[in-house]
Design a protein around this ligand. Structure first.
Ligand SMILES: *Cc1c(COP(=O)(O)O)cnc(C)c1O
Length: 397
């Protein structure tokens, strides 16, 4: 008899051998406090009522599951796009920020802190803070602030304070250090809002629970559109892994559903300019969690590279590391060029300009074989407006 596999976090936040909470002792009280309340809050009627109502009327859910006719014809199968790009602010990140700020409110917190790399999580956080009247402080590397001026302006317009991290390489990792320092100094009134299924337990589980609405809806919608109540494939891109975790959540225990995660390989897996963590990573600790990450022989975290800012992360959430180890999910990678080609193809076949991140998931279509009766769900994590400068540059429009 085979033992039933568990793909969720155990009580210590372990997914198989991955996860946990590897944090400085000064953070124990904050993490312990959050760990002791987050599940009860999420499961409470009061939270569910507020969260569902905001997802519906503010975010605009349920997001459609769209049957892509011309794309399906091209690949000889049935392709459905889960339209997270149609959410308010144009991506899936808002599902998580609205949820965590509600949790923060239930905990009596007054102040939200976050770190951001490209600024997309910062904008989603500042948006939800404006909505709920919460003070918002976003840490961002000085270099990233210069590279991402429009998102910095959005955050400021939304009322957030953007603080430059000026140490080290002045990018995401340094912003994370500043945010953690802030949290240690302000444990009483401050909530630290993480943007993906990364970080110490309970963040990976909490964020996955908040993004699980994606697969909850897919399950319902695929039943309405096909003669089966499950899709044969669910495909999503992975940076930290939150849109993928949400897309997989309700299918993890249904082995009929093949799960496919697509990482960014940048200029190529072996080019040195890549973010393909599963393809290249070894076991290590990043952001308080034991998982795969890209590191040099002496254990230094390698600077990642991808054309898409949201996938440009040297680690991967611990649940995904476990899904890879147990073979529950298949991991593919797509290069910058493959993602660009897939973005252009979707735009011209369906009239939908995808985010560059989501284009990596679409690029998987050329790497797989499908049967004509199968149904393939691809999560379109975001819209491409933010990537127009890159598209103009690369396509010469
Ligand atoms: C941030 C982002 C991603 C990557 O984050 P995950 O946590 O891996 O989902 C993917 N797509 C879009 C549009 C994003 O903004």
């Amino acid at each position: 008899m085979t033992e039933k596999k568990n793909y969720h976090a155990d009580k210590n936040g372990m997914y198989g051998r991955f996860g946990g909470a590897y944090i400085p002792e000064m953070l124990y009280p904050n993490i312990e406090n959050l760990k002791s309340v987050y599940k009860d809050i999420i499961q409470s009627d009061a939270f569910q009522k507020q969260y569902k109502s905001l997802l519906k009327d503010y975010v605009g859910r349920p997001s459609p599951l769209y049957f892509a006719t011309r794309l399906s014809e091209k690949y000889g199968t049935n392709i459905y796009l889960k339209r997270e790009d149609l959410n308010h602010t144009g991506a899936h990140k808002i599902n998580n920020t609205v949820g965590q700020i509600l949790i923060a409110k239930h905990m009596g917190k007054k102040r939200i802190i976050a770190e951001t790399g490209a600024g997309q999580h910062g904008v989603a956080t500042a948006t939800a803070c404006a909505l709920m009247g919460m003070q918002c402080v976003v840490y961002m590397g000085e270099v990233d602030i210069q590279r991402q001026a429009p998102n910095v302006a959005r955050m400021k317009m939304l009322g957030a304070e953007v603080i430059a991290a000026t140490s080290g390489s002045r990018t995401l990792k340094d912003a994370t250090n500043e945010a953690l320092r802030d949290w240690i100094c302000n444990p009483e009134d401050t909530f630290y809002l993480i943007g993906s299924v990364v970080g110490p337990h309970p963040y990976p589980d909490m964020v996955a629970c908040l993004q699980a609405v994606i697969s909850e809806e897919i399950k319902q919608q695929i039943k309405e559109k096909t003669d089966k109540d499950y899709p044969d494939y669910v495909i999503a891109c992975v940076g930290g892994g939150s849109n993928a975790a949400g897309s997989f959540y309700h299918f993890l225990d249904d082995e009929r559903v093949k799960l496919v995660a697509v990482e960014a390989s940048g200029m190529g897996v072996d080019s040195g300019e890549t973010a393909a963590t599963i393809a290249l990573g070894d076991l290590g600790i990043i952001h308080g969690s034991l998982t795969y990450l890209m590191q040099s022989d002496d254990g230094q975290i390698t600077e990642p590279y991808s054309i898409s800012a949201g996938l440009d992360y040297p680690g991967i959430g611990p649940q995904h590391a476990h899904l890879f180890d147990t073979n529950r999910a298949q991991f593919l990678s797509a290069t910058d060029q493959e993602a660009l080609d897939a973005a252009l193809q979707l735009t011209q076949l369906e009239g939908i300009i995808p985010a560059l991140e989501s284009a990596h998931a679409l690029a998987a279509l050329d790497k797989m074989n499908f049967d004509k009766n199968e149904s393939v769900v691809i999560t379109l994590s975001g819209r491409g407006d933010k990537d127009m400068a890159t598209y103009m540059d690369r396509f010469g429009f």
